[in-house]
Design a protein around this ligand. Structure first.
Ligand SMILES: [Zn+2]
Ligand SMILES: [Zn+2]
Length: 399
């Protein structure tokens, strides 16, 4: 039976399938650490966060910055002030992405100017809006990570990921969310009301890219009967939940780490297969041949692309979100590795509109990331843990 993900239609709430258990949240407590109060009890009459100057942040805030290539530090810095079209957020939670491992090295290809505050998966509360930054104080919002030119046709429809002139990144080219406060363009904000900040933060990048991958595959094929998710990391474990919540697909997951396969099984994957030379045969055995309809590859290495080619057939779709440096040449020959009529697409992030749609899906279905949280003064430890592959799901820093 052909099945297609119901990602944007207004179908009734659909609980995650039987066998699915919610991801866990583990938080590191630091007794020496006092959390900034998001909403301090105030005895002033007719106090509102917008009007009350006594609610302005203290003159200095803590921020986890890249000071030189490979050198990061938690520093005290001036509190930022929003300019025209900008908004000051009090950060509630910021996810740590594998890209942060790369960004902290400030490689010349990124064209960064230092110092810069790291962190691009941000959920926070609006504290102050600059002129034209139309957001009410007190709103819980998420930050769309990319800053396109803002004026091309792609940017105008909220798809900064398709900006023809390229884009800049919050937490790369401008200060990010591993801090107590951050100033961001108002046009990058998406309503995150009703969502838990800790689990919503990773949705802004890991979740968005996973959602865009699922969406992209849905534009390439309408048959999702047998879906293969390669890589059950930050993105893959969310994509797995999206496929389970929105299709009737039989889902197979492949990963090199036993803990990640256990997570996939806990989240409801129908089959888990260890990565390696035997993976293609194991997958084909499970589906009785080259019968995978959709492959979502969150690794993008030579062997995962090869696996995708070996299990797909006419009419299948392969979407690659991973940046593992692999290659799968385009061969215009009947002897090529890819079967004819296989659609192949490489994706990057997603649009601002898709982030809002993802939040709607999350509100309907309860999809959420597996999270391990760290206090801001242990942000370096969080990035190290991501680099070492020790995080199941996503690391999140709470300032
Ligand atoms: Zn990222
Ligand atoms: Zn643009």
């Amino acid at each position: 039976m052909a099945v297609q993900p119901r990602l944007a239609d207004h179908h009734p709430d659909r609980p995650l399938p039987t066998g699915h258990r919610h991801p866990s949240i583990e938080c590191i407590q630091d007794p020496s650490y006092t959390r900034v109060q998001l909403n301090p009890g105030c005895s002033m009459p007719s106090c509102s966060p917008m009007s009350a100057s006594h609610h302005r942040p203290p003159p200095d805030m803590r921020a986890f910055q890249v000071l030189a290539p490979g050198r990061t530090e938690l520093v005290e810095t001036d509190d930022p002030a929003p300019g025209p079209g900008e908004v000051l957020l009090q950060v509630a939670a910021t996810g740590v992405c594998h890209s942060d491992v790369f960004i902290r090295q400030a490689p010349p290809m990124l064209g960064m100017s230092l110092p810069v505050t790291l962190g691009h998966e941000i959920v926070g509360v609006v504290r102050e809006a600059g002129p034209g930054g139309d957001w009410a104080a007190g709103s819980q919002v998420a930050v769309y990570v990319l800053r396109g030119c803002g004026s091309c046709s792609a940017c105008k429809r909220g798809a900064d990921n398709l900006c023809r002139t390229g884009y800049r990144g919050i937490g790369t080219h401008t200060d990010g969310g591993l801090a107590e406060f951050v100033v961001v363009p108002a046009r990058n904000l998406v309503d995150a009301s009703g969502l838990d900040a800790t689990t919503a933060a990773p949705l802004t990048d890991a979740g968005l890219t996973a959602f865009h991958s699922v969406r992209s595959a849905a534009s390439l094929t309408d048959d999702w009967s047998r879906t293969l998710v390669i890589g059950v990391g930050g993105l893959g474990h969310l994509a797995l939940q999206m496929v389970l919540a929105t299709t009737e697909a039989e889902v197979i997951t492949v990963d090199a780490h036993e803990g990640k396969l256990e997570l996939a099984a806990r989240l409801g994957a129908h089959h888990v297969v260890p990565a390696g030379a035997a993976a293609a045969n194991a997958v084909r055995d499970l589906v009785h041949g080259r019968e995978i309809d959709v492959v979502l590859d969150f690794v993008g290495a030579d062997d995962t692309l090869d696996l995708a080619a070996q299990v797909t057939n006419r009419g299948s779709a392969i979407v690659v979100a991973g940046l593992g440096g692999g290659a799968l040449g385009f061969e215009a020959t009947s002897a090529g590795r890819l079967m004819p009529e296989v659609a192949l697409r490489r994706v990057s992030a997603g649009s601002r509109t898709e982030l809002a749609e993802l939040f709607e899906l999350v509100r309907r279905t309860g999809i959420r990331p597996e999270v391990k949280c760290y206090p801001l003064d242990r942000a370096a430890e969080a990035v190290d843990a991501v680099e070492a592959g020790r995080i199941l799901g996503r690391a999140v820093v709470l300032p």
